[in-house]
Ligand binder design. Structure first.
Ligand code: UDP
Ligand code: MG
Length: 327
């Protein structure tokens, strides 16, 4: 192998003060062993992205950086931008200073021992290495069934996502540069990365329980994430509306014939309940369909505004500091 390449870890953190020190400690041990074994360059860094936390998260990141600037870097976002935006902020900030980059949650749910294998797969020529959960034993029944249902539903809806893969993945510098060309505001990285292509592979790991703190993805956020995933990557719901409209029209022709026959036969008052039912049914369907259309219009609205997806308030990095000192 030629000289080892630079690996950056991007770790989004939102109110993670309970777990952050432990995460930093474990990542430090991992990095030390990776550097010692010559698998990654000593220029490699761990970057914590503070996503507008209201607790001591940023204070801890600053402390980690000042104690070990050659290991820990930090990015402070100006406000809470959401998990996906925080990950993207990290990726775009490091894309020119790393050779490869791994994104990972701050709560140690992803197995950091998978990092070795990911890096080896990168050296074998893979530009993207997806971390895929082999088991979901530690998830609650509810989380497991909703999450697995989500991947299946995404597939049916026509969005190409890797089954049971969240945002634990390695990407090469080349892939990051291509990702920079995706200007969309409604981010769904799991759908975007497969679109980039290049040689890729999967590595399997067991997902643990959160090391400390609470999940930042309550049911409401999870549902919003799923709706965003589907409407950002598939126009199938729109096509389904057209199909539904066609079917309803066909049914209404039959209903019309039926109404006509009953009228001739003189049973008109019997039709009251069925009429009421159909009014409710059609009213409901129309509202539902309008809702789906509204979802897409909302997306177009957000996209045309082209607002920045995140704002970096500060980037703490020894690489940056060195550059500034030279100037
Ligand atoms: N996160 C973030 N911004 C947010 C919400 C979450 O950066 O607005 C981070 C969070 O700190 C964690 C990761 O995204 O590192 C995943 O969140 P979490 O572990 O709470 O989700 P879960 O694993 O429960 O789905
Ligand atoms: Mg988690």
């Amino acid at each position: 192998m030629d000289s080892p390449e630079i690996l950056y870890m991007v770790v989004p953190c939102y109110n993670e003060h309970e777990v952050l020190r432990e995460t930093a400690e474990q990542l430090k041990t991992k990095y030390t062993s990776l550097i010692d074994s010559g698998l990654i360059s000593p220029e490699s860094r761990i970057v914590f992205v503070n996503d507008g936390s209201s607790d001591q998260t940023w204070g801890i990141i600053k402390e980690l950086h000042s104690k070990e600037p050659k290991l820990f870097s930090g990015i402070d976002l100006a406000h809470n931008s959401g998990h996906q935006n925080a990950v993207l902020a990290g990726l775009m900030t490091v894309k020119d200073i790393c050779d490869m980059c791994i994104t990972m949650d701050a709560d140690l749910q992803d197995d950091i021992n998978t990092i070795d294998e990911m890096v080896k797969k990168y050296y074998e020529g893979n530009q993207v290495v997806y971390g895929v959960r082999s088991a979901r034993d530690t998830d609650t029944f509810f989380k497991k069934s909703t999450a697995e249902g989500f991947y299946k539903f995404m597939k049916v809806m026509g969005a190409d996502v890797v089954y049971n893969h969240a945002d634990f993945r390695l990407m090469s510098k080349r892939v990051l540069q291509e990702l920079a060309n995706f200007k969309e505001v409604n981010l769904f990285l799991r759908g975007m990365v497969p679109l980039i292509g290049f040689q890729n592979c999967k590595v399997y790991y067991e997902r643990h329980e959160r090391a400390a703190g609470e999940s930042k993805y309550p049911l409401k956020k999870m549902l919003a994430f799923a709706v965003n995933g589907i409407t950002s990557f598939s126009t199938k719901p729109l096509k389904m509306i057209t199909a539904l409209g066609l079917i309803m029209s066909a049914v209404s022709v039959v209903a019309f014939i039926w109404a006509f026959i009953t009228k001739i036969a003189g049973f008109t008052e019997h039709g009251w309940s069925s009429t009421m039912c159909s009014i409710w049914l059609i009213g409901g369907l129309q509202l539902f369909c309008l809702g789906i259309i509204g979802e897409y219009i909302g997306k177009i609205y957000a996209e045309v505004k082209q607002r920045p997806r995140y704002i970096v308030a500060e980037f703490l990095s020894d690489v940056n500091e060195k550059k500034e000192n030279q100037q």
